[in-house]
Ligand binder design. Sequence first.
Ligand code: SF4
Length: 293
Amino acid sequence: MMLNYSYPLYRPPSEADSLIFQVTLGCSFNECSFCDMYRSKEYSERPWDEVKAEIDVMSKTLPETRRIFLADGDALNLQTDYMKNIVKYLYEKFPNLERISCYAMPMNVLKKTPEELKTLRDAGLNMFYLGIESGSDVILKKVTKGATAATIIRACKKAKDAGYILSCMIILGLGGKTHSKEHIKGTAGVINASAPHYVGALTLYLENGIKEEFKTKFGEPFIPVSDAESLDELEDLIRQIDVRNEVIFRANHGSNAYTVKGTFPQDKQMMLDKISWMKQHPEVVRPTGLRGF
Ligand code: SF4
């Protein structure tokens, strides 16, 4: 028996093999202008009897489970005690469990005290996926992210200090042509200041349902970057990332025109060399029909 999910259901690409439990539905913020993931849902928290019943069923169906992802958009919004009970129960029921992760907004992390984050970490919540999107305050405001570069950096540091593995997303093209340079400069700045364990670069892809809202909220004409300009952004970003600790970088998401991956600091030149090569071979671009957010 599989779970009766409330769709749409999302998880990061790297959680493709994880068992997913929906402990919240929707996103408690739901206002980022580029994101239509949970527009059809009102945020709610699922009661313990429902969550427990699903865990009980799945622990019999998939007892070998090693990785679990807690959905939907910001499971970390749950009260700490409730989240702790869920996490502890999962380890009780899945003896081979190694990792529990969830999406987290900067505000979710900042709302918890360091002790609360530590409590959840000690219980076995290991990893957060946190959307940086852009490190430019101008763009963060235009896309109504509800965060600034400073709050994002604080949240990342707080999560890392509490012992979490941090995987962050940034969105190429989010500032359009007009704010491209600023977008990359700010984003590299946030990555350098927070040095997440993983950084994934996606490319802006506006679903039809939110295009108009995105453009209106942007507050000035939005001129999308071309594939070639997106590659320039990727190159500038990689050039400006300067970290001492290892940062695993992936620009291989299905939304991207071009694919690059490597680990900072050691692979920086290799990634730049690959981009130079791709600029000579623009035909390696991912066909637009095969792209999605
Ligand atoms: S990007 Fe994240 S925080 Fe923003 S609306 Fe989408 S799910 Fe919510």
